[in-house]
Design a protein around this ligand. Structure first.
Ligand code: SF4
Length: 319
């Protein structure tokens, strides 16, 4: 199991244009610094679904069109219908990449967009868009990999969604190594390390995990089945971002614990940080930085091996 300073490298599929490649329809190059920093901590797997289905660069615009019961992917200048090709590619690609922990997909793209993609009412050149939807590659990702960490570059701009995505990504990557080990001992170590963190997400389900592990104690031969059951519950727990009121609890406990070492001024300063976090004026990473300083300076026992105080590499919080 990882120490506080070592993380398992997650595998992340990323829209190739967000990685700096000139694969966009107009050959434009995007600069996205977060991906540059992420490269240091994760294995990046770039993909451009439109190039993969044979569209060149530069290329004419393609659009999503709402049909009776389906969505078409259409290039009006060539009159080509591309949905079938795209769906076939997406299914094959995801079948070939099973060791993945998360995705960053390009916002609003008719292929990669997980949301906010314009859906047109017809294939005519003057067609208007009536509502927004999901790009075709992204739709397959959401359908087949909904338990993984999926986001777009727009959502990552917000502290709260970035926090959730990074936590989910690194927790799933660590769990992937537990699954591969088939080891009940590793599962228990994972649970000890992540218990507080999971509680901030879902208290009752975390209790269920406690129980599942206690009941399985006597029967460690059955490790694979227990790990499988644990994974299902873990995915449910990590599916939605936690509430601020839950997230803050371990930090309130940290203050209680470290108060014995702190000056009144330090205590007041941290209480102010807690208030600022509650009021959405301070990212969680700032609270973590303070607790990590206390751990190094005074006493590591409280934070040792506890993922809630370091669920992912710190530099990613503000990259
Ligand atoms: S959004 Fe997706 S399909 Fe479009 S250029 Fe980027 S990677 Fe390629």
């Amino acid at each position: 199991m990882r120490s506080l300073n070592k993380f398992i490298r997650p595998n992340v599929i990323i829209s190739k244009c967000l990685c700096g490649a000139r694969c966009r329809w107009d050959r434009d190059r995007l600069d996205y610094p977060f991906v540059r920093t992420l490269r240091k901590y994760a294995r990046i797997i770039p993909v451009c679904p439109e190039i993969e289905i044979g569209l060149g660069v530069p290329r004419d615009r393609i659009i999503l069109v709402q049909r009776d019961n389906s969505i078409a992917l259409y290039q009006s200048t060539t009159r080509r219908h591309l949905a079938q090709k795209m769906n076939r590619f997406s299914c094959q690609y995801l079948s070939d990449h099973t060791d993945v922990d998360g995705f960053i997909l390009k916002h609003k793209s008719p292929s990669c967009g997980v949301r906010g993609v314009k859906l047109y009412e017809s294939i005519t050149l003057d067609a208007r868009f009536t509502r927004t939807g999901t790009g075709l590659f992204a739709a397959t990702v959401l359908e087949r990999c909904s338990h993984l960490a999926i986001t777009d570059e727009d959502q990552l701009e917000r502290n709260r969604t970035r926090e959730h995505w990074l936590t989910q990504l690194f927790t799933l990557a660590t769990f992937r190594s537990v699954r591969k080990s088939h080891s009940f001992k590793r599962l228990r170590a994972f649970h000890t390390q992540h218990r507080l963190l999971l509680q901030t997400y879902h208290k009752r389900l975390t209790k269920d995990l406690d129980q599942a592990l206690t009941q399985s104690d006597a029967d460690t031969d059955n490790a694979c089945a227990v790990i499988e059951q644990y994974e299902c519950m873990l995915n449910r727990i990590l599916a939605t971002s936690p509430r601020r009121t839950s997230v803050i609890k371990p930090f309130e406990s940290a203050l209680e614990y470290y108060a014995q070492y702190l000056s009144t001024q330090d205590i007041k300063r941290f209480e102010h940080q807690l208030d600022s976090y509650r009021a959405c004026e301070l990212p969680l990473s700032e609270l973590r930085k303070t607790v990590q300083i206390w751990a190094v300076r005074y006493d590591k026992r409280f934070t040792r091996q506890d993922a809630v105080f370091r669920p992912y590499p710190g530099p990613l919080a503000s990259a």
